[in-house]
Ligand binder design. Structure first.
Ligand SMILES: [Zn+2]
Length: 419
């Protein structure tokens, strides 16, 4: 349905125009017109949090959006693209993934889903394969996942270390990550590696000392898996404090497998996001609602492990900010699909289709403390997804269907028309 055309003759009647910035001045302009409904996530542009505009157009200059409004009023541009009446949404912001790894865990998943006990290595399998991989292999794996995500409409991706667990292996994972994405998280405190099993405190000293020294230059964030069997509250607090002292911002894997101190620790530490939030007390919910820490929910994880889902409705009703992310990793959630996460969140977690879409775009941006992505308004980065659907509700209404028709990232159309 979608087709690009050459330079057009639209006349300028623009409203909502942002002044050109150095990055856009003089860049060719493109109008995406005939958008059935444009989701801006800007309440000043349309009703409610999604800020929808019907019969809309978007004008891109360079890597930025410079105009949004009704299609008939789109200003003159150098070229234009007919959206064919499809819905356009902000590119998904996947604020939680683990993509620096080698190998996979097909056998483990197969056994778990076949009702058989699985006693082989689990995460240790991935750590061993990752340590054996070359830099080129890790980089190629990451690039392939990012491409897979882009095809499904994800234009901003956070990813973490955590499968190296030595100074050199963690640092190289982060260095490789910086070559592919700007949202990089140091997760040396993922699990205690086998060689430190007898002395977890020594491993915490490594994570907060030499490993942090080697990793801090490459990372924006520091994360810790605060859970029974991983790191306790005291250890997690030490990891976050050490990271903060080196200029890294905290985020926490919290309350995934059972109740625990992770969420309150995240709020106390001023973490931007507490991730998983599956087992929460009322005090945890209140802390998230009042503390300004985003609750990032990862439904692919519960789906893939047959675990109970987090209660998004409870968090939303309490006033918490909720993000959705994939948690893409080879063990507990090997999906890279944000549309899948939206569908599961609506079906299983009490979110409305509008809330789930917001959480997968603007919510992810909030979890990464970003205001340039997750919304489509003048001044925002031109990261857009055209759907083969008249409404973004189809993301949940038509689960598993490849609805992404075209993706623009930083103003560039990345995917060609499918047919
Ligand atoms: Zn995770």
């Amino acid at each position: 349905m979608s087709r690009p055309t050459g330079p057009d003759a639209h006349r300028a009647h623009g409203t909502h125009r942002a002044p050109s910035t150095p990055s856009t001045a003089g860049a060719p302009s493109t109008a995406i017109t005939n958008i059935g409904v444009l989701i801006t996530n800007d309440p000043s542009l349309g009703p409610g949090p999604l800020g929808p505009v019907r019969d809309a157009a978007v004008v891109i200059e360079g890597d930025r959006i410079v105009w949004t409004g009704t299609s008939s009023r789109a200003p003159a541009t150098d070229s234009h693209y007919d959206a064919g009446g499809g819905a356009v949404v902000p590119g998904f912001v996947d604020s939680h993934s683990h993509l620096l790894f080698a190998g996979d865990r097909t056998a483990e998943f197969h056994a778990r889903m076949s009702g058989r006990p699985y006693t082989a290595g689990g995460i240790r399998t991935t750590v061993a394969a990752t340590r054996r991989a070359t830099d080129a292999e890790l980089s190629a794996n990451l690039a392939a996942f990012l491409r897979e995500m882009l095809r499904q409409g994800t234009t901003t991706v956070e990813t973490k270390s955590g499968y190296g667990l030595t100074v050199a292996d963690e640092a190289r994972a982060l260095r490789i990550a910086t070559e592919h994405t700007e949202e990089v998280t140091y997760l040396g405190a993922h699990v205690v590696p086998p060689e430190h099993a007898a002395s977890p405190e020594d491993y915490v000293a490594l994570v907060t000392g030499p490993m942090l020294d080697a990793c801090a230059p490459y990372a924006r964030w520091i994360d810790v898996f605060c859970e029974r069997g991983a790191f306790d509250a005291g250890q997690a607090r030490a990891v976050l404090a050490a990271g903060r002292a080196r200029g890294l911002r905290p985020r926490v894997h919290a309350n995934q497998l059972g109740p625990g101190p992770g969420v309150r620790l995240a709020v106390e530490a001023g973490a931007r996001s507490a991730d998983h939030c599956t087992h929460l007390t009322d005090a945890d919910v209140d802390a998230l609602a009042q503390g300004g820490t985003v609750a990032t929910l990862l439904p692919g994880c519960e789906f893939s492990t047959r675990a109970p889902y987090p209660d998004a409705r409870r968090l939303l009703d309490a006033g918490a900010v909720v993000a959705l992310a994939s948690d893409c990793n080879p063990g507990s959630s090997f999906t890279s699909s944000m549309p899948f996460c939206v569908a599961v969140a609506v079906r299983e977690m009490g979110m409305t289709p509008d809330e789930a879409l917001w959480s997968a775009t603007a919510g992810g941006a909030a979890a990464l403390d970003r205001t340039d992505v997750g919304r489509l308004a003048p001044g925002a980065r031109a990261d857009l997804v055209l759907l083969d659907a008249p409404s973004p509700v189809h993301l949940a209404y038509r689960p598993g269907v490849p609805l992404v028709a075209a993706v623009w990232r930083r103003g560039r159309r990345e995917l060609q028309d499918r047919i």
